[in-house]
Design a protein around this ligand. Structure first.
Ligand code: MSP
Length: 663
């Protein structure tokens, strides 16, 4: 099956932020997956360069729009390279091939009799480049997406007969349950269409920065009609050589998936298919909408602020760490919060610890035992048995775009490998038997498991996957479907000494002072990072810092492990905000037998006065840590609520004496 995936094309009025990288990383992971399983695949991304928004941003910077576009496009190019984005094409709407395709699309719509000219008046948001109806705005006429006040505009426009397509669209949606995903978005679109579709104005006269509207001098093409067409103009629609268009768009066997943010659902699930229906062209197979990355409860965007710069993050932690966080933390379709803490915890627990340590431990065991990869293969063993259902789980999750679940399956495999190594104690066998066949088979099983984990990881963390291949003595390359089978290790391959995949980060040091890598101008963190503890093949892995243990691991713990955590009740005596921090609150708490100072990340939700006198639950036996320079001796427990992860304190009845053990 041919597979074609697209990202939205990005506006060039600003530099990319984490929301843009998300859509692109999702497209990259999805198309890498399809290439891996052997599908002929194409991945398109690009930039949306026309329209009022860009014209205005360029004027503000004293540039011509194309100059601004060129600058921003160069940054996108650098960023996609940095993030290992394997797009097959990059379309710019200012390219001649695009203009030619848009003109061809317009003539088809024209031929269908779906354009007419009329005066257009309404409330316009230049952020969205869209007219809103009175009932969609609040009393001050503010845009529901940007919160900025819309302006009243009136001009003579070309209109598209959108109203004519309400019924055909509803029928298409009904007949194709996979057309709009997830289900909530499909329901939203259906109710929007049922609410009635007004004809759409698709030309502008007040604006020059756009594609001239054929046969309407003085009009340029409405930026959304222009932009949406990129998905087919990039394939050669309207060009002499339209082979790719026929293969990836017209062929009924092709799967055409638009990945978009939920903010642009209406354009992709209503306007775009209506244009295509009118022009008599095939529709996309699926419009798949993801949620928003939020910071402090608000969508991360240029206009709203709270930008997280993906280049700075990648420079500090490596692009794969960011790719991992984005794909693991957000359930595709839902909103998720971007916080420094969550990022760092996942970095240490999942990447430095689970992944990095497993790889280095298995490689070190092979090196120490044989001076190379194992020289004797092993057929069916328990890692092989565990792998097969996990590969199925991974694949099914990928088909559903449930990237977080696919990653969970890989982490289950890592946990199996760890458990296997710990239970077989190869270091003891080596002492007793030397490089015996038994030892060879055990370490073959573990190393082959690591290789397969690298293959399953390759759509998500391509560079790390290649590095793991190298660590196992294999050529560093993107794997293909044959690599998904058991038995790909090269027997006796020399194993190079490799640096830690993800050197451990010192969370407290990052969160202290201005060390946050998410600040506008981050301080490079060498002093704050401590190298990963050398993999110690001799002993089971032990957590060496306070990093939270991986939420992804399915390994259950025994009661004795839980009992190591001393949970007690405490009464809050005083509370004050930590200066220069939005999140941190300094508390003095009474434990019955002693008083303690604890710093808790609850200041965004609670006022100091509301905390005094509360009976809370704390972890009493945590090693002390400094948060923004303030010492903390314990941790207050709170539930994290909603997509934004707002803290809600755990409380116990006021008559429970402080210091009571919670178990
Ligand atoms: N140019 C239009 C799209 C035209 S597609 C034919 C546009 N551009 S944009 O640059 O403003 O945003 C594009 C996309 O970036 C969003 O749809 C979404 O996919 C992604 N994101 C931007 N901010 C985001 C978050 N805060 N969170 C997740 N993704 C978001 O709209």
């Amino acid at each position: 099956m041919r597979f074609y995936a697209t990202t939205p094309i990005y506006y060039v009025n600003d530099l990319p932020h984490i929301g843009h990288i998300y859509s692109t990383v999702v497209g990259d992971a999805l198309t890498r997956f399809h290439r891996l399983i052997g599908d002929p695949t194409r991945f398109l991304t690009g930039t949306d360069e026309h329209g009022q928004k860009i014209e205005k941003a360029a004027a503000e910077q004293n540039l011509r729009p194309i100059e601004l576009a060129d600058r921003v496009v160069a940054r996108y190019g650098e960023l996609w390279k940095m993030y290992d984005i394997a797009n097959d094409d990059f379309i710019r709407t200012t390219e001649p091939r695009h203009r030619q395709g848009v003109t061809a699309l317009i003539s088809k719509i024209e031929a269908a009799g779906d354009f007419y000219t009329a005066r257009h008046e309404g409330w316009y948001c230049s952020g969205c480049e869209i007219f809103y109806t009175e009932k969609e705005l609040d009393s001050e006429k503010r845009c529901p997406i940007h919160g900025t006040v819309c302006t009243w505009e009136s001009e003579e426009n070309v209109f598209f007969r959108l109203s004519k397509y309400a019924e055909p669209l509803l029928r298409h949606i009904e007949a194709h349950p996979g057309f709009i995903r997830p289900e909530t978005r499909r329901a939203e679109v259906v109710s929007f269409i049922r609410g009635g579709l007004n004809d759409l104005s698709v030309s502008r006269t007040k604006l020059q920065w756009g594609i001239p509207f054929p046969n309407h001098p003085g009009h340029v093409v409405y930026v959304w009609l222009d932009a949406l067409a990129n998905y087919i103009t990039a394939l050669g629609f309207g060009a002499e050589d339209d082979r790719l268009y026929r293969e990836f768009w017209v062929d009924p066997e092709s799967r055409r998936v638009h990945l978009i943010g939920k903010d642009i659902l209406r354009f992709h699930a209503v306007y775009w298919p209506a244009f295509l229906l009118s022009a008599g062209l095939p529709l996309p197979t699926t419009v798949w909408a993801h949620g928003w990355w939020l910071r402090d409860g608000k969508k991360i965007s240029k206009s709203v602020g709270g930008i997280v710069r993906p280049d700075e993050l990648a420079a500090t932690f490596g692009p794969d760490a960011v790719r991992y966080f984005l794909l693991r933390e957000m359930a595709f379709g839902q909103d998720a919060s971007f916080s420094d803490e969550a990022f760092l915890v996942r970095y240490n627990a999942d990447l430095a610890n689970d992944l990095g340590n497993t790889v280095s431990r298995v490689a070190a065991l092979c090196r120490q035992s044989f001076g190379s990869a194992p020289t004797v293969p092993c057929g069916v063993n328990e890692i092989h048995t565990a792998y097969r259902p996990l590969r199925k789980e991974w694949r099914e999750a990928m088909e559903e775009l449930a990237f977080h679940r696919a990653l969970e399956a890989v982490w289950k495999l890592l946990s199996q490998i760890n458990g296997y190594v710990v239970s077989r104690e190869p270091w003891k066998i080596r002492k007793e038997e030397g490089a015996s066949d038994r030892l060879q088979r055990i370490l073959y099983g573990a190393a082959e498991g690591v290789r397969l984990a690298a293959v399953l990881l390759s759509p998500f963390l391509p560079a790390t996957s290649r590095k793991i291949f190298e660590t196992l003595g294999l050529p560093p390359r993107d794997p293909d479907e044959h690599d998904l089978r058991w038995g790909g290790l090269v027997l006796g391959a020399p194993l190079p000494e490799s640096p830690a995949l993800f050197p451990r980060a010192d969370i407290a040091a990052y969160l202290k002072g201005e060390q946050s890598p998410m600040e506008d101008k981050p301080t490079p963190p060498p002093a704050a990072s401590v190298p990963a503890p050398a993999a110690t093949p001799e002993a089971p892995r032990v957590e060496t810092t306070q990093a939270v243990s991986p939420a992804t691991s399915d390994a259950r713990i025994g009661i004795e492990e839980f009992q190591k955590v001393r949970l007690v009740t405490a009464k809050v005596l005083t509370a004050e905000r930590v200066p220069k921090s939005n999140k941190l609150m300094k508390l003095q708490v009474d434990l019955g037998t002693e008083q303690r100072q604890i710093v808790a990340g609850i200041a965004a939700r609670y006022e100091p006065e509301a905390l005094v006198g509360r009976n809370v639950v704390i972890v009493a036996n945590l090693k002390p840590a400094k948060l923004m320079g303030v010492e903390s001796n314990g941790m207050v427990l709170a539930a994290t609520v909603g997509e934004a992860g707002e803290p809600s304190l755990l409380e116990v009845a006021s008559d429970v004496p402080p210091g009571s053990r919670v178990k």
